[in-house]
Design a protein around this ligand. Sequence first.
Ligand code: FEO
Length: 393
Amino acid sequence: MKIRENLYYVGVNDRVKHRFEGLWHLPHGVSYNSYLIDDEKVALVDTVDVAFFAEYLEKIRAVLGDRPVDYLIINHMEPDHSGALSLIRKYYPEIRLVGNRKTMEMVGGFYGANSEGDIVVADGDALSLGRSTLTFHLAPMLHWPETMVTYDAADGTLFSGDAFGCFGALNGAVMDTAMDYEHYISEMERYFAAILGKFCAPVRTALAKLSALDIRMICSTHGPVWTEAVPRVVDVYRRFSEGVTVPGLVVCYGSMYGNTQRVAEAVAEGAAAAGLRKVIVHNLSVSQPSFVLADIFRYGALAVGGPTYNGGLFPVVEDLLKRLAHREVRGRKLAFFGGYTWSSQAVKTIAAYNGHMKMEMAAEPVEWKQGASADALERGRALGKALAEAVMN
Ligand code: FEO
C-alpha cells in the first residue's frame, strides 16, 4: 500500500490476539506497522509479530520483487515489532541492521542475530538512502530504554515507534485522510494509559525534543498514518503526559453483594445532581482495566470504593490501585469509600495507596459497617457532590 512517493505500508492486522502483552484487551484487534522506503537504497522500518511473517514477506515482495533490502531500521525491540527480525535476516542475508547501542544488545539477547555489518547509531546520526536522509533521535522509555524515532526531512515524516500508536486493526485504509479516525483517537488514549502511562516524564522529554522537527506525517507502529491529525495526536500526548484533564468523575468500585455498589451509585447521583455532566461508573469486576485507566487519564476526579475482603481490600479494587501506583496520574481529585462486616480494612488500604499516588483529597472517606444504610448513601451523595464541585472549579 503506497503512502507517498517511495514509501509503502507493509504492516499487518492481528484480529486474533485477545490481550496485547497478555494483559490489555483487544476488542478491535491491533495492527503491527512496518514501512518500506524504496529509495536508491531500500530500508525497512521495524518489522511485525513473527506469527504474520508469511503475509509480511508477501507484502515486501509485492513492492520489491526480487530486489534486496539494504537496511532494517529498528526503532523499538519489543517483539510485536522485532519478532520477524531473524527471518528477515534469513530471507535478506545482506541486510544491515540499524539501531543504537542498546538496540544491538537486545538483538543479541532476544535473537542472537547480530552481524558485523550492523550499523550502530547515536543520537542525531544520519543515514542517506538517496532522496531521503534519515536521522535518528533517541527517545528512551517510549516505550523501552532502547527506543528511538527516525525522521525523514524530505517529507517531514516521523517513524515514531509506539509513540502516537493505538489499538485497533486497520479497516482497509491506512491514512487518516481516508478514514473516520475518531475511534482510533479513543484507542490511542487507551493505549497511552495502558502502555505508556508509567512513562509520562520521558514522553514530555521526547515531545520537547521532537518539537524542533517539522513533522507533517507520523508513521507509528500501531494504527493509522497521521497527516491531517498530527496536531491532534501530539495534543493527546501532551495532555496525557502533563496530566491535563477535562471535568468529569470516574467512579470505580468493586462489590460482592451490592452494598458498595449502592454507595457507588449514590456517589454518581451526588455528582450528577451537583451539575457534573460527565460521570462514568465502572464495576471493576466487569470493566477491563485499560478502559478504566483511559477514563482516569481523561477526567479530573476519581472515586474509588470497595469492601474489606480477607483482611484487606477487595482484590479487583486493589488491582486498580496497583496499576495507578505504577502510573503518573497527576492532579486528580480523589475521594474513596468502603464497607466492612467485622474488621475495617478497605478504607485504610485505599488511603495507604494514595500515600504513593498523592492525589488531592476532595472529601473525607465514607465508611460503613455491614449494610449500606441510608446514612451511608447520604454521605456517598455528599462525597460525589464534593468531587463534582472540586473538578468543576
Ligand atoms: Fe508496540 Fe512497545 O511495542
